[in-house]
Ligand binder design. Structure first.
Ligand SMILES: Cc1cc2nc3c(=O)[nH]c(=O)nc-3n(C[C@H](O)[C@H](O)[C@H](O)COP(=O)(O)OP(=O)(O)OC[C@H]3O[C@@H](n4cnc5c(N)ncnc54)[C@H](O)[C@@H]3O)c2cc1C
Length: 426
């Protein structure tokens, strides 16, 4: 009997278990292979419920490996060519889901993440897979014969011949879940013990905390703009879209997309800055002309009064405060400052100095080095040990790419782990 253990029943662990379970059923391996999934929560797939604001954006038609931050795009490419966007759609339809597409973004037609989770759970429970919920794994060790011993928080142990690590990360966990995870193994320490290379996590798809007074004055404002993130002089990423100004953070999708790279650079001790262009569709000259025309039209009004309509009032006032311009200054007396204002609107710069909590992001950047794994996600130095999903050092931008990776990697590991039964040459 071959015993397969899967640690974590999130998107990738459920997919690995379903894939292995389907092979067992199709090949009549019930007496030869046993699959056990160990999940810390009371039911599998809990995180799926909060994805896509409760609607679960599970993938995207506009797909390429460029949508991911990883040092091993070749391995990601191999995984996606084995199980890509269309394979995921066909699988989800096969288990009962109807799919809705909005500008390439893929969702369940019910617009409910619970549909995705519930269908996966039903598919799982129909297969020859044993699921233990409320089971927190606290340690994993490997003996000289290559057997894996898994110890749970209640001190029970189980042995497996092969193991798939699908434990995800701390991204998005509630304070209660964070406290419970203190009983879990630490992935960095586990990697060290198993001889796998690991890079420490930083949060990704996350708002960037700011202490600048600009945010106190403008909080609650949403504005279409462009955010560029730099580590020293190196551009990490540039993105247009709706920027959200909160009391203590720069937020919104244009900030999220490359936040992981910014925080990785911050962790490495680099000087990181966020540059905001509040009117990216206007050239510097056009903006200069526009401001000049408004100021000359109402020379007796205050500057912010004359410029109202160009930007939200709170933003204008915060910009003028930043430039040291008193609110009482008349438009007619401001004409010499137009170039400074144009520069402030087009390149509003904030230092990125605060590392947010891991739980505050939608994903984590870092993890077990993907490079230490084969294209089938088996550790090169540790036969029989696989990893999937966010535990590996790859993370995508917003748009369904992280769940696509979770499902693709889960499929690849769950498929390969039984390969000797359907591909005897392997
Ligand atoms: C708020 C939010 C919104 C998101 N929205 C989207 C979106 O719309 N589209 C998208 O593509 N991605 C989204 N993501 C990211 C996506 O959810 C993750 O990338 C994906 O779920 C990762 O899958 P995984 O299987 O690696 O990990 P997870 O889904 O986190 O699953 C890991 C599982 O392992 C279990 N586990 C952990 N440690 C142990 C242990 N020691 N013992 C036993 N079990 C353990 C956990 O309880 C969990 O069930 C979002 C994330 C968040 C937080």
């Amino acid at each position: 009997m071959i015993r397969i253990g899967i640690i974590g029943g999130g998107a990738s662990g459920m997919m690995a278990a379903i894939t292995a379970g389907e092979h067992i059923r199709q090949l009549h391996l019930e007496k030869q292979v046993q699959v056990t999934l160990l999940e810390a929560e009371a039911f599998p797939g809990k995180k799926i419920l909060s994805t896509g604001n409760g609607r679960c954006n599970f993938s995207n038609r506009d797909f390429s490996t460029d949508k991911y931050h990883t040092a091993s795009p070749d391995i990601a490419e191999a995984v996606f060519s084995c199980f890509g966007v269309q394979d995921l759609c066909s699988f989800l339809e096969r288990i009962g889901m109807r799919i809705k597409e909005r500008e390439g973004y893929l969702y369940p037609s019910t617009d409910s993440a619970a549909t995705v989770r519930d269908l996966l759970e039903r598919a799982l429970y129909r297969l020859p897979v044993t699921v233990h919920t409320d089971t927190m794994v606290s340690d994993i060790s490997i003996d000289e014969g290559g057997q894996f011993t898994v110890t749970c928080a209640d001190h029970k142990t189980c042995s497996f011949d092969r193991l798939i690590l699908s434990c995800g990360t701390k991204a998005g966990l509630s304070p209660k879940q964070m406290r419970e995870r203190e009983n879990s193994f630490d992935l960095a320490e586990l990697a060290k013990k198993l001889g796998l290379s690991f890079s420490a996590f930083v949060p990704g798809l996350v708002r960037l905390p700011m202490e600048d007074p600009f945010f106190k004055k403008t909080h609650g404002i949403r504005i279409d703009g462009e955010v560029s993130l730099f580590a020293e002089d190196r551009l990490l990423g540039r993105e247009k879209g709706e920027i959200q100004l909160t009391e203590k953070a720069l937020s919104g999708i244009p900030v999220f997309q490359h936040s992981a790279l910014a925080l990785q650079a911050l962790k490495e001790g680099k000087q990181v800055t966020a540059h905001v262009n509040l009117l990216p569709d206007l050239s510097a000259d056009a903006l200069w002309e526009d401001i000049s025309r408004r100021l000359s039209a109402y020379p007796e009004d205050t500057v912010s009064g004359a410029l109202l309509g160009l930007l939200p009032g709170k933003v204008l006032e915060a910009l003028l405060y930043r430039l040291g311009c008193k609110s009482s200054v008349k438009a007619g007396d401001f004409t010499g400052e137009i170039t400074h204002l144009v520069n402030a609107i087009r390149d509003l710069t904030f230092p990125v100095e605060i590392m947010p909590e891991l739980a505050s992001g939608q994903v984590c950047h870092g993890g077990l080095s993907l490079n230490a794994f084969t294209n089938n996600l088996e550790a090169k130095a540790l036969p029989g040990f696989y990893a999937t999903g966010e535990a590996l050092s790859i993370d995508g931008i917003c748009g369904g790419y992280n769940l696509q990776w979770a499902f693709s990697s889960g499929y690849v590991a769950g498929n390969h782990i039984l390969q000797e039964f359907y591909d005897p040459d392997q």
